[in-house]
Design a protein around this ligand. Structure first.
Ligand code: ATP
Ligand code: MG
Length: 361
């Protein structure tokens, strides 16, 4: 079977290092592996509007930011199709039919949506569109017949929901949709990178991010003021790794070569961790190393971004071309779906003939 990727991001802000380790870095590897016949990367503006209905300008302005982040990380428009969700009306149509296959109580059980509702103080006033976005995500994934969805851990419930819709659809209307598989990061620290403030998830909506496009200075400031171990007051105190965001980031980003280059006192991260736990290693030294690690990771991305920033119209052209290509694929899937559901009245000559005969014409 053909291997196809679909993944994406909401244009609610610039992309951050959580996106990078959770999904973006992997996408670029998969893109360059040559194992996938098609790769669709979606800027989910329609989904972003589900909780930003009163602030469409935010979504509109951030489309280019997300596109620039993609291109600067190595998403290659020759190999991957970058599309804007709202420009593919077939996705909305699919969503509408899938809605009939999902119950309200099933949506209410989605733990990611539950947490997001709480975070946005939506408890008493959840927009219907926001509440149902897992269904629209199922439409996005199935429209492109995606087999593989490389995302962070928070997307697990969305993939479960998508699989359920696929099963239900195929069992009611016949084999039509393809069941997707989630591809989570191998590295545990990358499943859900915490925010610089130590909270559970780095998120555009929480303001605890290091953005891929941050300046060298911004990154350094963010690192030096990061949350570590509140019990590690003196350098000589034993430090704790549990919940220590600086070490989680090192788990996500550092490699042995970086130790040789920037912190030769240790050969690898385990040695540094051991020293920290024993006592005698100060947070400042660890943070300085993390700063070097992040600067090395982000410098080439930043440099690439500057190049693309000089030709914004070309970036929009890439998005337009990608959206057009994507629409062709989604339109074919929508035809398959409508055929399966038998809502293809004008193409169904047998139906017209049978009814004509029934009426004796
Ligand atoms: P918002 O706050 O608007 O929801 P977000 O920062 O959560 O924004 P999304 O656009 O919802 O970002 O997520 C895009 C992709 O990035 C998803 O695959 C998601 O799993 C992944 N991702 C987002 N934040 C993190 C994180 N902190 N760690 C790992 N992966 C992440
Ligand atoms: Mg999110």
């Amino acid at each position: 079977m053909e291997k196809i990727i679909l993944t994406g991001d909401r244009p609610t802000g610039k992309l951050h290092i959580g996106h990078y380790v959770g999904s973006l870095r992997r996408r670029v590897e998969l893109q360059n592996s040559g194992e996938y016949s098609k790769i669709f990367i979606m800027i989910a503006d329609a989904q972003a509007l589900t909780d930003n209905a009163e602030n469409p300008e935010k979504v509109r302005q951030n489309i280019i930011e997300v596109a620039l982040d993609y291109l600067s990380c190595g998403i290659d428009p020759e190999k991957s199709t970058i599309l804007i969700q709202s420009q593919i009306p077939e996705l909305t149509e699919l969503t509408f039919y899938y809605m009939n296959l999902v119950t309200v109580s099933r949506l209410q059980r989605n733990p990611t949506v539950k947490a997001e509702i709480q975070m946005r103080n939506f408890e008493a006033s959840i927009p219907v569109g926001f509440f149902t976005y897992p269904i629209s995500q199922a439409a996005d994934i199935t429209a492109f017949k995606a087999t593989t969805v490389p995302v962070g851990e928070d997307q697990m419930p969305m993939l479960e929901q998508t699989k359920e819709i696929v099963h239900k659809f195929n069992s009611v209307y016949g084999e039509t949709l393809v069941e997707p598989n989630i591809l989570l990061p191998d590295n545990k620290a990358c499943l859900r990178l915490p925010g610089t403030d130590g909270t559970a998830k780095m998120s555009k909506s929480l303001g605890n991010c290091i953005f891929l496009s941050d300046t060298e200075d911004d990154v350094k400031k963010a690192v030096m003021s990061m949350y570590t171990d509140p019990l590690h007051l003196q350098v000589s105190d034993p430090g704790h790794l549990e919940g220590n965001t600086v070490f989680t980031y090192l788990d996500a980003f550092a490699n042995d070569d970086m130790f040789a280059e920037y912190c030769p006192d240790y050969k690898k991260l385990d040695e540094m961790k051991e020293h920290y736990q024993r006592g005698g290693l100060g947070d400042v030294k660890v943070k300085k190393f993390l700063n070097c690690v992040l600067q090395e990771t982000l410098a080439p991305i930043r440099a690439e971004r500057v190049k693309w920033e000089k030709d914004i119209p070309a970036v929009y052209e890439i998005l337009k071309k990608g959206s057009e290509e994507a629409e062709k694929v989604a339109s074919k899937t929508l035809d398959d779906v409508k055929d399966a559901m038998k809502i293809n009245y004008f193409e169904d000559n047998a139906l017209i003939k049978e009814q004509a005969e029934r009426y004796g014409a």
